[in-house]
Each structure stands twice: as structure tokens, then as C-alpha cells.
Design a protein around this ligand. Structure first.
Ligand code: NAI
Length: 736
């Protein structure tokens, strides 16, 4: 599908010739209404004529396009934008292109040479863009191009004035990209190369002829299209080639010590290291830059040796004496683990979390001959924990931690299918993030557990490593599943259950062999009077209380659980689960009844709605049903917002074993959106055909959609470009 600019109003400054003219023609050809601005100056900024802009407008109109001319200087920014509003009623795209040259060797650069260049390039781009800004903000759409130059990026003899202004535009663009992003205003910078009257004095004629402006214009059009999500980028473009640039910083070196004056000699002596790019980093934000300095500051003050060695600088700030280096650790995968089980493990686990034949409705979890024999949903933590056992975390690069200092701080479990009662499950664990909590490091370990290729459940372990903080990392992560505080009112239900003296001894048989839970002398080393109950055992108690109270003990109703472990429980104590039901979420707080101490806080269980269970448990054996059910839920929650963002109808044809197995229509165009099973009667703007397995691979992020498309696994009919918008719907379900 071609990129259209129909309905868009585009201002190109300096469009009377050279690159600007080419942009104006190209935009008009694709349906845009174009303001062709040009002062008609000579290359040095002298003179004025309307002829240049008029000619381009004539050419556009002759081809049936829409254009008006504007002859103001970019120094009158407001007038240019007013011209767009007068002629077409809006402004969507500003291409800051107008330019002049006043090349001089530096010594001969006059005030005027300096000022004129800055006025046209830097100040002109500022004035035009500022005039457009509020209009773009209001309409929540804008695309801005700044035109820099290789002379600014690398320097060029005789162009001190020009290079300074051109690199100034990069700085301007960097900040506009940040300020504009929440309004869907994107600003990017290009450093073009093309034959034009500006380059004909510096390039041989053959080259001027060969480097056509039309080899640059398509790049500008792409950056200005609504589909393009690039923002804050800097690109070199010419001859049809495009490359992206970014900043790179050496690992650097701290050249001072606590209570010692920093000296030029120390700087000299470590100069090689200051400039050594071997372990360079690529920073993208001023916060990252500042954070690394702050780390050095605190390390120097605390007397840590930060003087020399490859781990001395800010880039390595993260690898403090705590042994934690998030940059090395995040994204690392742990070796895959396999868990083989039968009904025996399911029953042992149920007993471990306090189920008893005393309670008749526990029998379905305790007796394999029961007609509804099932596995407790929280058994989902068991296959995943192998990755955590035997010090697995400390083998990860960047996590040089003391395993005796590790605490399980929080846990999240989500089931995508009811757990089987026997089989072989494989788990893939990876470090999702590492946070600096000051007194310790918090490691987020994400574990996906599969039966064959089918994703069964997801666990997130929040592991606190006492004493490993202060490495200068971030404090929070969007990847963390957050705890949620319960409502203020009295609980809607309270269930109490006693644990037995041997509860931990029993629970550990499900695979958590930490001696802390059985060996008195080991517990004493950890500062406990006696072995303590496993946090995940109390977690199991709480979850089954919710299941009993609000879901009829039906494991298929269970969706997810999150808890924070606050205090230990002693085997033999009574656990009291307080519950508040809010829609499909049941908030929970667990206490030790005898002491009133809160042991699980900020916790909740999410349940599936009764009516949706049939969707939640696919009948036709299609995994994709779960994803569509989830999309349906999401549309119910925030369909109106999605309709505004997406404005399209998507058809899906899911195949299984080469045959059509299901059809879905996601309508994000009409009303507040809807998900319908079945064919769409030709309503879809774009239709995807994909097998159930490939669909899941794409959704799970195992295969990228483009790859699936090019390898023929994903077939697309209709408006291909709309598939980009699909991300808005599927992105959040990368784990489904
Ligand atoms: P050009 O000279 O063909 O086009 C520049 C246009 O800007 C001219 O038509 C001129 O009348 C107009 N202009 C000058 N001052 C103006 C003002 N105050 N208000 C409105 N219009 C004004 O040059 P070319 O090569 O097409 O350059 C376009 C942009 O690309 C410039 O910003 C230039 O610095 C930049 N650039 C070009 C390179 C190349 O290889 N052609 C290399 C690096 C940067």
C-alpha cells in the first residue's frame, strides 16, 4: 500500500529549488496540499524574488496537485504558517530546508557571515517550527524535519558558521522530539547530500548531476508520514542510501579519589583510558548521562576505588563492589529447565499448601480418581522455580551476588491454561530487569513455562539481594508486576486455616529444598528462632482461599496472582486471608492470626468471569482463542480509546493443519469497538491469514511479524500498512 498524504498540509521552506523543490513535488504527487516557500534569495542570502516558488507551484498544479506559494523569509516564521492556515486551514508537516552559505576560513568570518547563517538556518527553523507547534499539539499530530549537514556533524574547513548552526539544529530537534512525543509530534534531522546550486561550487559537475535530490526526498516523505514512528533520529541520506547516527561514549575513567585534589596530571596519566572506545556505551538520554556521573560522585565519596581499570568509569558504574551490573545482566537467559510430573506431585503440592480431606471440596485436588481431579493453579510456580534453585541467578553475567543474601520479595503468577495433572513442562527464565533499591538489588526474573510449544504460565520472581544496592541503577521498572493495595472497607470475606507443625517439611517436598525451612541451625544463621514456612506456601494458602470463596474451587476461573512477602510465618501458626472482591479482582491480605502480623500484602487474585470461561478454555484446541478473548476484554475496557487510535477493521483467518479453523473480526472503527467471532462480510480493511501456531509465535514475540510475512507464514489482504497499527492491540499481550 503506497504512502498517501491526502488531507495533509505540508510546508517546505526554501522549496524554490534544489532539495526543497523535490520535496514539494513529491509531497504534492502523493496528495498533500503544499506551501512552497522560497524567498528567492541568492546562495549567500542576498536578493529576493517570487519566481522560484511560483515556478514550483505551477509545476505542481500542472500535474493536478495542490500548492500555494509563499515568498516570506523563514525569519518571519509566523507568516509562513499563516499562509498554510489561510490556504488549507491546518498545518501537519514542516520541512525546515531553506538555507544559504557564507563560507569563509574562520579568521575571515565576519559578524554578518556568522549572524546571517544563524538567522536563516537555526533561528529560521526555530521561528517556523514554533509557529506551527501549537497547531500540531492541538491536533495531536505533527511531523517536523530539521536539515543539518555533515559539515556540522564532522566539521568542514571554511564552514565554522554553517557547521555551528547545522549542529544547533540537531540539538533543537533532540529536545523537540522529547517535548512533542506525547502529542504525536515527531521531529527528525537529516544531513542530506545532493547536487544543487549550494553544492555546485564544491563538487565536480558529474557528481552534482549524479547525486539527485530525488534520492533524498523519499526519506523525508517517510519520516513525515503518520505511520513513521521515528522520533529524534539523525540520518545521513544521499544517493539513495540512508544511515542513522547516534552517540557513543567511552567507558571513561574517574580521575580523582576521595579527599584528594583532582589534578591535570591525573587526567594526563589516564588519558588513554578516557579515550578508549573498547567498552563503549550508547546513551540516549540526559538522565542516563547524569546518572552515571551521580554514581561516580557517590562512589568517590564513599571511598570506593574508582581510579583505574576497565570498570572504573560511569559506564561501569553499574558494576559496583556489589557485583551488580544491570547492563550485562538484563536480557540474559538462564539455562532452560525441565519438570516432569504426575498426579503425585499435584497432590503433594495440594497437601503442602494445607489442603485436607477434612474439607470435602478439597478432594478434587487430593484424589486422582475424582471425576474433576485437577491441579491447584498455584502449582504453576513449581515448574518455574527450578531456574531459581541451586544458585542459578549467580551464574548470570552481571549478577555476582551472594546467594545467602537472596530473599524472595514478591511473586506474580499468571496462567494461560489450566495446568495439566501430569506431563513434562519446560521453563525459560530471563532477567527482565535489575533495580537499585539502595539497601539491596531487586532482580526481576521472568519465567515462561511451556508444554511443548504451548505457553502454560508466566511467573515473575522479584528477588531481593540484601546489601547489593547502591550500584547506581534505576529504582523502578515498567516490567514489574505491581502490588495493589486493598480497598479501605472491612474485608468482604475472611477465611482462616491452621498450618501444621510440619507444613514446611511437607511443602519442601514440592521442590524448594532450602534448609532455612527445616534445619534449625541454618535458620538460626539467618537470624530466625526456628525454620520458617515458605513464602510460596502462604501464597498457596491465600490463593486457594480465594478459589474456594469466589470461584467454587474451579481452577479454570483462576487467572493470576500477585503477592508481596512481608513477614515470615512459623509452621503451626494460623493463616487468616482477608478478601475484598472488586469486579474480577479479589484483593487479599494475609495475617498470622495469633499475632495479627501481616504476612502477604498488596496482594490480589484475578479471576476469569464465569461467562468467559468457555472462551478462556479453548474448546476447539486453538491457542489463539485465548488471545482473542483477551483482546475482547481489552476492547470492552478501553475500546473507545482504541477506536480513536486505530480506526480500522481487522479480519483474522486462523488455520489449523492447513484448514480454516476460526475467523475473527476486530472492529476498531465503529462505535466503541468490538470483537466478533466469524467472518466479517467484507468489512475488514485488512485481513490476515495465519496458522494457529504461527499466530502464537508472533504474539509471543518469537517471530517478528515482518519475518512471518516475508516467509509466507502470515498472509495479508487489503491495506497492508494497517498491520502496523495492530501492534497497539497485540503489543501488551506479548506474553499471552
Ligand atoms: P538550494 O540553494 O538549492 O536551496 C535552498 C533554498 O532556500 C533556495 O531556494 C533559497 O532561495 C531558499 N532560501 C534561502 N534563504 C531563505 C530564507 N531566508 N527564507 C526562505 N527561503 C530561503 O540548496 P539545497 O542544496 O537544496 O539545500 C537545502 C538544504 O539542505 C539547506 O538547508 C542546506 O544547507 C542543506 N544541505 C544541503 C546539502 C547538499 O548536498 N545539497 C548538504 C548539506 C546540507
Amino acid at each position: 500500500m503506497s504512502l498517501s498524504f491526502e488531507g495533509r498540509v505540508v510546508l517546505v521552506t526554501g522549496a524554490g529549488g534544489g532539495l526543497g523543490k523535490e520535496y514539494a513535488l513529491a509531497f504534492a504527487e502523493r496528495g498533500a496540499s503544499v506551501i512552497v516557500n522560497d524567498l528567492g534569495a541568492d546562495t549567500k542570502g542576498g536578493g529576493k524574488s517570487s519566481a522560484a516558488a511560483d515556478k514550483v507551484v505551477e509545476e505542481i498544479r500542472a500535474k493536478g496537485g495542490k500548492a500555494v506559494a509563499n515568498y516570506d523569509s523563514v525569519e518571519d516564521g509566523e507568516k509562513l504558517i499563516q499562509a498554510a492556515l489561510d490556504a488549507f486551514g491546518r498545518i501537519d508537516v514542516v520541512v525546515n530546508n531553506a538555507g544559504i552559505l557564507r563560507d569563509r576560513s574562520f579568521a575571515r568570518t565576519s559578524d554578518l557571515d556568522w549572524d546571517l547563517i544563524h538567522r536563516v538556518h537555526l533561528r529560521g527553523s526555530f521561528l517556523v517550527t514554533r509557529a506551527a507547534w501549537n497547531h500540531m499539539k492541538k491536533q495531536k499530530f505533527g511531523r517536523i524535519i530539521m536539515t543539518a549537514s555533515a559539515a556540522g556533524i564532522y566539521g568542514n574547513f571554511g564552514q565554522a558558521n554553517y557547521s555551528a548552526a547545522k549542529l544547533g539544529l540537531v540539538g533543537l530537534s533532540n529536545t523537540l522530539a522529547i517535548e512533542g512525543s506525547k502529542y504525536n509530534i515527531h521531529c527528525n534531522t537529516i544531513a542530506p547530500v545532493a547536487g544543487s546550486r549550494l553544492t555546485e561550487s564544491v563538487m565536480p559537475p558529474d557528481l552534482v548531476a549524479a547525486l539527485k535530490p530525488e534520492y533524498v526526498a523519499p526519506m523525508v516523505l517517510w519520516l513525515c508520514h503518520e505511520q513513521c514512528q521515528e522520533n529524534g533520529g539523525l540520518f545521513e541520506v544521499g544517493a539513495g542510501w540512508i544511515g542513522k547516527l547516534r552517540w557513543e561514549r567511552t567507558q571513561g575513567c574517574t580521575t580523582r579519589q576521595k579527599n584528594q585534589t583532582m589534578t591535570p596530571e591525573a587526567v594526563r596519566d589516564q588519558w588513554d583510558q578516557v579515550c578508549d572506545f573498547t567498552h563503549s556505551t550508547k546513551l540516549t538520554t540526559v538522565q542516563e548521562s547524569l546518572q552515571s556521573m551521580m554514581t561516580v560522585l557517590s562512589k568517590v565519596e564513599s571511598g570506593h576505588d574508582v581510579g583505574t581499570g576497565p570498570t572504573a568509569g560511569p559506564a561501569a558504574a553499574a558494576s559496583s563492589s556489589s557485583g551488580i551490573n544491570p547492563m550485562a545482566a538484563v536480557g540474559q537467559k538462564l539455562p532452560q529447565t525441565t519438570f516432569s510430573f504426575s498426579h503425585v506431585q499435584c497432590i503433594l503440592y495440594a497437601l503442602g499448601v494445607g489442603m485436607s480431606t477434612k474439607d470435602p471440596d478439597h478432594l478434587r485436588f487430593l484424589y486422582e480418581g475424582h471425576p474433576d481431579f485437577s491441579c491447584l493453579p498455584t502449582f504453576g510456580v513449581i515448574p518455574s522455580q527450578a531456574a531459581m534453585m541451586s544458585g542459578g541467578l549467580s551464574t548470570v553475567p552481571g549478577l555476582d551476588i551472594d546467594v545467602t543474601q537472596v530473599l524472595h520479595g514478591e511473586h506474580y503468577l499468571e496462567l494461560y491454561k489450566p495446568l495439566p495433572t501430569s506431563g513434562i513442562l519446560t521453563s525459560e527464565a530471563s532477567i527482565a530487569d535489575v533495580l537499585d533499591k539502595g539497601s539491596g538489588a531487586l532482580i526481576l526474573l521472568d519465567v515462561n513455562t511451556y508444554s511443548g510449544d504451548v505457553l502454560i504460565c508466566f511467573n515473575q520472581f522479584s528477588v531481593f539481594v540484601v546489601g547489593a544496592g547502591g550500584f547506581g541503577g534505576k529504582r523502578a521498572s515498567e516490567k514489574a508486576k505491581a502490588v495493589v493495595q486493598p480497598p479501605q472497607r472491612a474485608p468482604d470475606a475472611v477465611l482462616v486455616d491452621s498450618t501444621t507443625r510440619d507444613q514446611a517439611a511437607l511443602y519442601r517436598l514440592s521442590g524448594d529444598w532450602n534448609p532455612l525451612h527445616i534445619d534449625p541451625s541454618f535458620a538460626a544463621m539467618g537470624g530466625f528462632q526456628a525454620p520458617i514456612l515458605h513464602g510460596l506456601c502462604s501464597f498457596g494458602f491465600a490463593a486457594r482461599h480465594v478459589l474456594k470463596q469466589f470461584a467454587d474451587n474451579d481452577p479454570a476461573r483462576f487467572k493470576a496472582i500477585k503477592v508481596r512477602f512481608v513477614k515470615p510465618v512459623m509452621p503451626g501458626q494460623c493463616l487468616q486471608t482477608e478478601m475484598w472482591k472488586e469486579g474480577n479482582r479479589v484483593h487479599i491480605q494475609s495475617k498470622v492470626k495469633e499475632t495479627g502480623a501481616v504476612v502477604l500484602a498488596g496482594a490480589y487474585v484475578d479471576l476469569h468471569e464465569t461467562a468467559e470461561v468457555s472462551v478462556g478454555v479453548p474448546q476447539g484446541g486453538l491457542q489463539s482463542e485465548l488471545v482473542f478473548a483477551e483482546i475482547g476484554r481489552r476492547i470492552k475496557e478501553s475500546g473507545g480509546e482504541l477506536v480513536k487510535k486505530v480506526n480500522a477493521v481487522f479480519g483474522w483467518e486462523i488455520t489449523k493443519d492447513g484448514k480454516n479453523a476460526a475467523e475473527w473480526t476486530i472492529d476498531l472503527k465503529n462505535g466503541s469497538g468490538a470483537l466478533h467471532p466469524g467472518p466479517n462480510g467484507g468489512k475488514a480493511d485488512v485481513t490476515f491469514t495465519v496458522s494457529d501456531e504461527d499466530f502464537m509465535d508472533v504474539v509471543l514475540g518469537k517471530v517478528n511479524p515482518q519475518k512471518a510475512f516475508f516467509s509466507g507464514k502470515l498472509k495479508i489482504r487489503g491495506n497492508v500498512m494497517l498491520s502496523q497499527k495492530l501492534e497497539v492491540i497485540l503489543k501488551d499481550h506479548a506474553r499471552l
